[in-house]
Design a protein around this ligand. Structure first.
Ligand code: KE4
Length: 427
C-alpha cells in the first residue's frame, strides 16, 4: 500500500469521501487520488515522492506557477504582522484599487473568501438592485455550491452525476431559470415569459465546468442586448477566466461589458479569496452603504490580500507574460489537435488562451448536451494513463486543463508524447 493509499484510507474515516471537495477524490477516473505533499513551479510531489507535471494549478490560481518566489516572500512577511484582524486595513483598499484600475467594468468591489461566496453575493446584489427575484443560469455552468445554483450545475456536480443536489429545497430553486449555453433563443424565451421578473443572467463567459466550451460569435453580445432590453443585469462569473485569458479576463478578450463580475482563484494566488464587483450604482446597494447584507469574518484578510496584490501586480506589470502564455498554449493545443488526428480517434478539443479540454466524443461540444455525449470511461482511461506517466490532469471529463506561465517547452513536449501514447493505448 502506498502512503497516499494509506492516508486516503484514514481520510475516509474522518472526512466524507476522504476529501474536502468531491472532484479531488478521483472517483470519476476510477483510481485513488495521490495525496500531494508539495508543489513548486509546474511540478507537484505526492506523499510517495512521485513527481507530476501539474495541469490543474489548484484549479486556476497558479498562473505564475506554484510557490512563486515573490508571492511566497510577501506572504511570509505579511504573516509576521498578524494573520487576521477582523478590521479594516489599507491592504484591502490597495486590492480593491488594483482590481478597479485593471478592469474597466469593475468600479467598486467587495472581497469575500471563495468563488461561491462571490457568486452568492453578486446574485443577491442583482436581486436587491432590480427588486426582481428570478435569475437565468446555463445548464452545465457551475457557479459554486450555493443552494439555488446547484441546478443542472457543472464541475463536480456534473461529474458526480448530481446535476441537482440532495438537500436543496424546491423553494430555493423556484426562481432559477435554466437556459442552453450558446442558445440565445432559450434565454429570450424566459424573458418573454417573465419580462419584468428577471434580475440577472449569470454566465461563465467561457464555460469551463462542462469541460471548456467557448461562447459562439454573438452569444455574449446577445446576452448583453437581452439584459439591456429587459432591464436585467449581466453577471460574468470570471472565477476561472478572470486574469487568466488576459489581464482583463474574458470581458476584455471578447469585448463585452457585464454589470457585475465575480472572481476567485487567481486573485488570491492560492489563498482563500473571492470578490464581486461592477457598476458603482449597482454596488451601492451593498451594506453598510445600502440594504443588501453581505459579510465575512475573513473577507479581505491581510495575508490573503498580500498574496493577491502581489500576484495581480506581477500580472499587471508584465503584459508580455500573457502574450507568451497564450502563444505557448496555442502551440500546445494545436499540436495536441495533431496528436489526436494522428491517433485516428475522432475526439473534440476546445481551447482558448491557456485553458482547454479534450472531449471523448466525435461531436462539436457547444453546450451541456453535446458535452454529455463524451465517453467518460474512455476519458478515465486516458487520464489514468497520463497520471501513471507523471501528468496530473483534472480527474474528470467535465473540467479544464490549465497551463501556467512556467510550464516549459520540454514539459509540454513530454505531455504531447504521453498523450500520443495514451490515445494509442485506447485503440
Ligand atoms: P469556489 O467556491 O470553489 O472557490 O468557486 C466556485 C466556482 C465559481 N465559479 C466558477 C466558474 C468555478 O469554476 C468555480 C469553482 N471551480 C471548480 C473547478 N471546476 C473548483 C474545484 C472544486 O470544486 O474542487
Amino acid at each position: 500500500m502506498t502512503r497516499s493509499e494509506a492516508i486516503f484510507e484514514m481520510a475516509r474515516e474522518v472526512i466524507p469521501g476522504g476529501v474536502n471537495s468531491p472532484v479531488r477524490a478521483f472517483g470519476s477516473i476510477g483510481t485513488n487520488p495521490p495525496f500531494i505533499r508539495k508543489a513548486d513551479k509546474s511540478r507537484m510531489w505526492d506523499e510517495d515522492g512521485k513527481e507530476y507535471i501539474d495541469f490543474i494549478g489548484s484549479w486556476g490560481p497558479m498562473i505564475l506557477g506554484h510557490n512563486n518566489d515573490i508571492v511566497r516572500e510577501a506572504v511570509i512577511k505579511a504573516c509576521a504582522d498578524g494573520l487576521s484582524f477582523g478590521a479594516a486595513t489599507a491592504l484591502e483598499v490597495e486590492m480593491a484599487s488594483l482590481i478597479t484600475a485593471i478592469v474597466p467594468s469593475v468600479e467598486m468591489v467587495r472581497m469575500v473568501n471563495s468563488g461561491t461566496e462571490a457568486v452568492m453575493s453578486a446574485i443577491r446584489v442583482a436581486r436587491g438592485f432590480t427588486r426582481r427575484d428570478k435569475i437565468i443560469k446555463f445548464v452545465g455552468c457551475y457557479h459554486g455550491h450555493a443552494d439555488y445554483l446547484l441546478v443542472k450545475a457543472g464541475s463536480g456536480a456534473l461529474t458526480q452525476g448530481q446535476p441537482d443536489s440532495l438537500g436543496v429545497p424546491q423553494g430555493c430553486t423556484k426562481d432559477v431559470l435554466t437556459a442552453t449555453y450558446n442558445d440565445l433563443n432559450s434565454v429570450e424565451d424566459h424573458f418573454k415569459a417573465f419580462p419584468d421578473d428577471i434580475a440577472a443572467i449569470i454566465v461563465e463567459p467561457v464555460a469551463a465546468n462542462m469541460g471548456v466550451v467557448l461562447p459562439e460569435k454573438g452569444f455574449l453580445e446577445g446576452l448583453r442586448e437581452l439584459c439591456d432590453k429587459y432591464g436585467a443585469l449581466l453577471i460574468f462569473d470570471e472565477v476561472i477566466t478572470g486574469f487568466r485569458l488576459g489581464i482583463d479576463g474574458a470581458q476584455g478578450y471578447y469585448g463585452v461589458r457585464p454589470d457585475l463580475t465575480t472572481y476567485g482563484k487567481i486573485i488570491g494566488a492560492g489563498m482563500p479569496v473571492g470578490a464581486y464587483g461592477g457598476r458603482k450604482d449597482v454596488m451601492s446597494v451593498v451594506s453598510p452603504l445600502g440594504g443588501v447584507y453581505q459579510a465575512g469574518t475573513l473577507s479581505g484578510n491581510p495575508v490573503a490580500m498580500t498574496a493577491g496584490i502581489t500576484q495581480l501586480s506581477i500580472l499587471r506589470d508584465h503584459p508580455s507574460y500573457y502574450e507568451k502564455l497564450n502563444q505557448k498554449s496555442d502551440i500546445f493545443f494545436t499540436s495536441l489537435k495533431e496528436v489526436i488526428k494522428e491517433s485516428g480517434l475522432n475526439l473534440t478539443l476546445n481551447h482558448v488562451g491557456s485553458i482547454g479540454s479534450i472531449f471523448f466524443t466525435d461531436q462539436p461540444v457547444v453546450d451541456y448536451d453535446s458535452a454529455k455525449t463524451s465517453d467518460t470511461a474512455a476519458f478515465a482511461r486516458y487520464a489514468r494513463y497520463m497520471l501513471g506517466n507523471g501528468i496530473y490532469l483534472a480527474p474528470a471529463q467535465f473540467e479544464a486543463m490549465f497551463i501556467s506561465m512556467v510550464h516549459t517547452d520540454d514539459e509540454l513536449a513530454y505531455t504531447l508524447a504521453m498523450a500520443k501514447n495514451a490515445l494509442a493505448s485506447l485503440k
